[in-house]
Structure formats: C-alpha cells, structure tokens
Design a binder for this molecule. Structure first.
Ligand SMILES: C[S@@+](CC[C@H](N)C(=O)[O-])C[C@H]1O[C@@H](n2cnc3c(N)ncnc32)[C@H](O)[C@@H]1O
Length: 311
C-alpha cells in the first residue's frame, strides 16, 4: 500500500464516523505532496497515520486544522522525524476487552492469561472491569466498557483470572508519566471517554502490576507460557498486533500458538490473519475478526465499540 493509499484508507475505514478530526486530517495529508515526500523517506512502518498524528499531538502540535498541521510538521520536521523513528503505535485500547469477554467467560475457569503485544498490559484485567452490552451489564468497577452487540449472548459473569502475563517488544509502564502521556497522545482527539478509561484502567494495573516481559511473540512465547500455573486454562491472546509483524513471522507465530496453549484467542484484521468462509462484515468500516483456536466467531470494531457474532 502506498503512503497516499494508507492515509485515504485510514480516513475512510478507520476514522470515518469515529473521529471527524482524523478523517479530515488524513484526507488532507493524502493530498499534501510536500508532507508525503518527507514521509516516504521513512521506513514503511513509520509512515502510519496513527503514528504521525500521535507524535504531533505528543509534541504539542495542532491536529484539528490541516493547514496548521502541515505548517507545524514542515517547520518541526527534525523533531517529528526523530519521534517517528523511535516511537511505535502502541495504543492500549482497553475497550477491546469487551469483545474478548464473551469468549474468555465461556472457557473452563480459572484462566491464566498471556497476552502477546500487550503494550502496557491493560487488556490483562478483563475480570476487573465492568461491561455494558445494550441493557445487559456484567461485572463491576471502572472503567465501564460499552459494546453494541448483535447476535451476541452476553456473558453472565466475568472470568476468574489467576495469572496474567504480557509479552511486548517494548512494554509500557503505567506508573511512568512519559509512557502514559504517549498512550494518551495515541488516543484520537475527540475521544475523551477513551482518555478517561485509559486513566481508570491504568489505576487498576498500577494497583496490581502484571508480569510484563520484553520480548518477541515468536522467540519468547514458549518460555513465558511455561511460567503459567498448573491447574488453570492457559489462554494466549492478542488484539491488533499482527499488522505490525512481518508476514513470515506471523506464519511462525500462528504455527507456534497452534501447538502451545490450551486456547488461543485472536482479534485481528482479516487482511493480516485470514480465514476461509468469513461472512460479509457488517459495513465497509475496518473490522477485526475474533477467533478462538483458529475458528472465527465475530466481527469486532477496532476499539471494541461493537461486535457482530456469527460463530
Ligand atoms: C497496536 S498495539 C496493541 C496493544 C494491545 N494489544 C491492545 O490491543 O490494546 C501493538 C503492540 O504489539 C507490540 N508488538 C509488535 N510486534 C511485536 C512482536 N513481534 N512481539 C511482541 N510484541 C509486538 C507493539 O510493541 C505494541 O505494543
């Protein structure tokens, strides 16, 4: 995909109807020859809209006016480029717990959770949050995660989790103000509710920090999985991670994870983790597929705001 195509697709399939600011901005960048020329000097993974917009927000630049954004990036390119090259998109979206919960709650309890690509590990606490699927509420505490469900049998209780561990190339620490400010900058401008739930989930994690290990999801998974306690169902899961992993490594991961845990839950775009015989998605918007042990079960919107069950 060219840089122009990446910005057009981000605007029309990810930001459309979810963030008017980023929809407008990504369309403007897609037409901005000078800015595109700068981006095209970077490695492909560093040209991503989410990364560029997050870096500019983190540096204190404007994202709500495309002309001011252009001027800021051109004037401050040295600083912008340095941050693009050192940072990565590590959005830790706790709303994704809402699309994992129906699958987790249906597995034999208790659970030992191992998340690959965990970022700060906020999705390792599905038992500590509350959920609203339409009128149906599950769990207690903060944050309350809202998910519009279709075809879904909402779970009656949250899972019982006895062990939680995360693996990431660059684990983030919710007790480090710099890491939290980067997670905050990655949240889209209008999404005050996502900022509030980041703070609430970070407080949960800070009170009982997870085991977070720096490592690769292929090379370092077996050793971490071996640390899970006996007597619990080991679940390896990942959400919105594999698009950052080169295709041969994705294949190696899928082979490994098929051999390793008791269960494997994936929440990934079908372009990066394909399945045979998927039904049509509910709309043209970008959707992930929630799958258990390689069997697709549901379409899920990117931030966990909706799911359409078909499994
Ligand atoms: C977009 S973030 C998603 C974080 C979290 N799964 C969520 O949904 O909130 C992707 C995460 O995957 C991590 N990651 C990418 N490639 C990885 C690899 N080969 N091994 C381990 N982690 C990886 C990144 O560092 C980043 O923290």
């Amino acid at each position: 995909m060219t840089t122009v195509e990446a910005y057009v697709e981000f605007g029309s399939r990810e930001a459309h109807g979810v963030s008017p600011t980023y929809e407008r901005l990504s369309q403007a960048v897609a037409r901005d020859g000078a800015l595109l020329a700068l981006l095209d000097r970077l490695p492909p993974a560093k040209r991503q809209p989410n990364l560029l917009f997050g870096v500019v927000r983190w540096l204190g630049g404007p994202v709500d006016d495309p002309v001011a954004f252009h001027d800021y990036v051109m004037t401050h390119w040295t600083a912008v480029e340095a941050e693009l090259l050192t940072r990565a998109t590590q959005t830790n979206e706790v709303g994704r717990c809402a699309v994992l919960l129906p699958v987790l709650a249906a597995l034999p309890q208790p659970l030992a959770l191992l998340e690959v690509g965990a970022s700060a590990g906020l999705n390792l606490y599905p038992d500590r949050y509350a959920y609203r699927y339409g009128d149906h509420q599950v769990g207690s505490g903060e944050p309350v995660l809202e998910c519009a469900g279709s075809g879904l049998e909402p779970p009656v209780r949250v899972p019982q989790v006895v062990w939680r561990a995360g693996l990431d190339l660059n684990p983030l620490d919710v007790t480090d103000p710099d890491d939290v400010s980067w997670l905050d900058a990655l949240i889209w401008p209008e999404h005050a509710y996502r900022r509030a739930r980041l703070r609430a989930a970070a407080a949960v994690a800070a009170a009982d920090p997870p085991l977070l290990v720096r490592g690769d999801l292929v090379d370092d998974l077996p050793a971490l999985a071996a640390r899970a306690p006996a007597g619990a169902t080991l679940v390896v899961f990942h959400t919105s991670v594999l698009y950052q992993v080169p295709p041969p490594r994705r294949e190696a991961f899928v082979k490994l994870v098929g051999e390793l845990p008791d269960h494997w839950i994936a929440n990934e775009a079908p372009e990066v983790l394909p399945y045979d015989g998927l039904p049509d998605p509910p709309s043209d918007a970008l959707h992930n597929v929630v799958a258990l042990d390689g069997r697709p079960l549901a379409w899920a919107r990117g931030h966990g705001q909706a799911m359409t069950w078909f499994g």
